[in-house]
Design a binder for this molecule. Structure first.
Ligand SMILES: Cc1cc2nc3c(=O)[nH]c(=O)nc-3n(C[C@H](O)[C@H](O)[C@H](O)COP(=O)(O)OP(=O)(O)OC[C@H]3O[C@@H](n4cnc5c(N)ncnc54)[C@H](O)[C@@H]3O)c2cc1C
Length: 449
């Protein structure tokens, strides 16, 4: 009998397998598709590889600003960019495979199904063989949520998966959904000259982001020619034409490609979950701070829990579960999970937002400085001001940090640690930030009052 059986080999599953193996636990990992899950094969890594090529393209196009004059036409060689992306994905998935082998994890290729609870554990069936495990981790991830729109089967309609192997650059694109995935792809396509329009049902893009930060980004995108239709509900798709209602007014817009980016739903069906007494809620499997579900010895981690739907949260959740299984004390601090958006300019934030504090009538103050207070930021970004907002409690504790400006995702871990450690403004001031770096923005903000 294995100490741990894991269903799903994405960031949650493969991290759990590696950590468990390295702790000397016997572990079996079931994966029905490719190791690495959405993150390595169709999410974080491939999407960011394309975005990096777009960033290089942008830099060259704007090289004049940095005193470099490039005469010849710039060509964005899409097949080459896609081929580079495939190589990077291959290299990283092979790396995961090697790490799991080194950790002595057993990898079983195939669709796993929970058969039953047995004495002292569970029986899992995969590829016509039964495996007995003492503890079970559900790490089945999430899938694209396809809304029920008449005409959604139109040939122009695509998901992010189709875009990752695109052969030709479309002239125009309509993106349904102004969430993280929609906004990142808007950046990519606008950077390479595609006319992009975004249709968003809410009053602002990036629904879960600080409203001031989202508005700054939208404003920058609008300057680049991206069109936004907010408070708009798509009613039908007919070929390349997308019909929608905005404030009761009927409108339509056409795109050679129509990207559906309306969210993701947890994978809860088709693997026998109903045979266990695992409680689910609207967003996924309900877990405690130790990642334990309502059924003893059954853990869940990653997108299937519906907490943050980010790979770095999946890693940590998996580690917490493995530590608990190994008899160590550990728990998840959901408040210190950073969110990163690879838009241009980039966004990153962690902790509580201004809106939620206002709604809860919680006394707080906000420290606010432009990103251009960092010398490195000015060197690299020119005239864009950006914003860094630090939200502080009455007792001076850091509650939230929200940043718009490159390279927000690279610097946010420091803020995450400050929140995790319940640091006050004075505690965080004692960090020595290297100079000149964009991270110094936190020092500037903390000493600005
Ligand atoms: C376009 C895009 C860009 C993204 N960019 C980022 C980013 O920049 N940063 C970030 O942090 N996050 C990003 N994400 C989110 C990130 O990819 C997910 O949060 C992460 O992959 C979740 O990991 P997971 O292990 O929970 O699930 P998944 O990665 O979904 O993996 C689940 C795995 O389980 C397998 N599986 C399911 N059922 C079974 C079964 N019955 N038997 C065997 N195997 C099974 C699946 O085949 C899959 O491989 C992005 C997502 C998308 C779509």
């Amino acid at each position: 009998m294995f100490d741990l059986g894991i269903i799903g080999g994405g960031p949650a599953g493969y991290t759990a397998a590696e950590r468990a193996g390295n702790k000397g636990l016997s572990v079996v990992l079931f994966e029905m598709d490719r190791l690495g899950g959405v993150c390595l094969n169709e999410g974080c890594i491939p999407a960011k590889t394309l975005l990096h090529s777009a960033k290089v393209h942008n830099l060259i196009e704007n090289a004049d600003k940095f005193g470099i004059h490039i005469g010849a036409d710039i060509t964005f060689d899409l097949p080459h960019v896609i081929e580079r992306k495939d190589r990077i994905v291959e290299k990283l998935t092979t790396g995961v495979q090697e790490k799991l082998t080194n950790a002595n994890a057993t990898i079983v290729q195939g669709k796993a199904e929970i058969e039953s609870r047995i004495y002292g554990g569970f029986s899992i069936k995969c590829s016509n063989q039964a495996y007995e495990v003492k503890n079970l981790m559900i790490a089945t991830g999430s899938s694209v949520d396809m809304p029920e729109i008449p005409g959604i089967d139109s040939p122009a309609v695509c998901t992010h998966r189709d875009l990752l192997s695109l052969e030709q650059i479309p002239s125009s694109m309509v993106i349904i959904g102004g969430g993280i995935i929609g906004i990142e792809f808007a950046n990519f396509f606008a950077s390479i000259g595609v006319q992009v329009s975004v249709i968003e049902i809410a009053g602002e893009i990036l629904n879960e982001t600080d409203k001031e930060i989202s508005a700054i980004l939208r404003n920058e995108y609008e300057k680049r020619g991206i069109q936004f239709f907010l408070k708009s509900t798509v009613t039908s798709i007919d070929g390349e034409k997308v019909a929608f209602a905005q404030d009761g007014e009927k409108k339509s817009i056409s795109g050679q490609k129509v990207l559906i980016a309306a969210g993701r739903r947890p994978n809860l069906e088709g693997f026998g979950l109903e045979k266990l007494d695992v409680e689910c809620y609207r967003k996924g499997i309900r877990v405690s701070r130790t990642m334990l579900t309502s059924e003893p010895n059954v853990y869940a981690a990653g997108d299937v829990t519906g907490f943050s739907k980010l790979a770095h949260a999946a890693y940590r959740e998996a580690e917490v579960a493995v530590n608990v299984i190994a008899g160590e004390q550990d728990f998840m601090n959901f408040k210190s999970i950073p969110t990163c958006i690879y838009s241009d300019p980039e966004i990153a934030y962690v902790g509580i937002s201004e809106e939620s504090l206002k709604m809860a009538w919680m006394p707080h103050r906000i420290i606010r400085v432009p990103m251009s207070s960092s010398g490195r930021f000015v060197i690299e970004n020119g005239t864009f001001e950006g914003l860094c907002k630090i939200i502080v409690s009455e007792s001076d504790e850091i509650l939230g940090v929200h940043v718009v400006g490159n390279s927000a995702p690279e610097i946010i871990a420091s803020a995450s640690m400050a929140i995790d450690a319940h640091m006050t403004v004075n505690d965080w001031r004692k960090t020595i930030f290297p100079h000149p770096t964009v991270t110094e923005i936190f020092r500037e903000a903390l000493f600005s009052e």
